[in-house]
Design a protein around this ligand. Sequence first.
Ligand code: SF4
Ligand code: SF4
Length: 430
Amino acid sequence: MQSAQNFLKELDYSVLQQCMHCGMCLPTCPTYTTTGKEKNSPRGRISLMRAVADDELTVTEAFGEEMYYCLGCLACTTACPAGVDYAHLFESARAQVEEKGVLDHPERRFWRWLTLKVLFRYPRLLRAAGRLIYLYQQSGLDRALRKSKLLNWLAPELAALEPMTPKICHHFSDTLIKEQEKAIEGKYKVGFLTGCVQDLAFSNVNRDTVDVLLANRCEVVTPRNQTCCGSLHGHNGAPELAKELARKTIDQFEDLDSLDAIISNAGGCGSHLKHYHRLLSDDPEYAEKAKLWDAKLKDIHEFLAEIEMVPPPKKVHSQSVTYHDSCHLCHGQKVSQQPRNLLKLIPGLVYEELPEANRCCGSAGIYNITQPEESQRQLDRKMEQLAKTDATVVATANPGCHLQLQNGIKTGKLGKQVVHPISLLAQAYR
Ligand code: SF4
Ligand code: SF4
């Protein structure tokens, strides 16, 4: 059994001291905006964490609920003039909540076991589950069950979750993408990460990403049967599992030195993947490899902005497009201008800026499942802003945001389409 740890106490104390209580982050925090309460703000949460580290407060159920009420959107880190490393604090606080088991109950334990320990740990099992959901969706059983309202009666919680189940693709990434693909004229060699939800629900986006890389003179290496990068585990208080998956992910790329970059196209995953060194710094075997890994990890938009990008030659079907920032791409990775520039480069598209584009849509990993009411409030606000634009297409670069926006647009009958920016770019290269 793992020995009891105090993750907040073990943090470098200077990380906890960074906050100077100026309050600049308050207006950007979605949960503070909803309630107006200090405890639901970044500053309030940091004070609570510091009190725990200083032994002035014990980890209680209320503390745990507060840490899970936070979306982890990291808008506070963009606003903060003191450079508070909120992501580090937040992950340590959630790990401490899990260590103490203050939110523990059988149903929660079951779902954490099924998702964190089983499905998102063993890729073959996740794909097998994906295949089953695909068959269920294709057979029409999903529509029949929804119509009959049987699920509402038998298992209301499952009935609430059902609309959030992504439409599973017919082919996963390993079928659509070869392990090694070479451009006619090669200049770079890159590794490509296919992701978990991205692989199951948006394998077409993965194919588009490889096509864009090929068009930009890259040789692309895509290892088979990739594991989850562990972001779900890192953000949900399971650091040991996050470490295990980080080691496995690094091991998938045998010759790291030979790669110019490792490419991610999912904002949430990329943000976690860029911090493997922090996660594995105590591991004598992996610390150095993780440092090299972090240096090579690039979001696709970031990579394309850094290389001499081949101008897309073809005009895509003319459409007006707007862009919603994935929180972890924008606030976690500070990649916000590059996707916009890329969209403006595509012939045939008219770009329109979305008001409050970098405000969370309420997806936030599994927040829309764990905190459905607050998630809905954030989604409603996002839909109000979307309704103000004339854009017929909303581009976004994270599968969680993609699904959340799709649900909001469908429910609100907004008549807009959600796409990954790279899919639009791929069209202009074909
Ligand atoms: S991560 Fe987002 S929700 Fe959490 S404190 Fe920061 S701004 Fe608020
Ligand atoms: S902006 Fe930064 S320093 Fe100021 S209160 Fe918020 S977290 Fe603390």
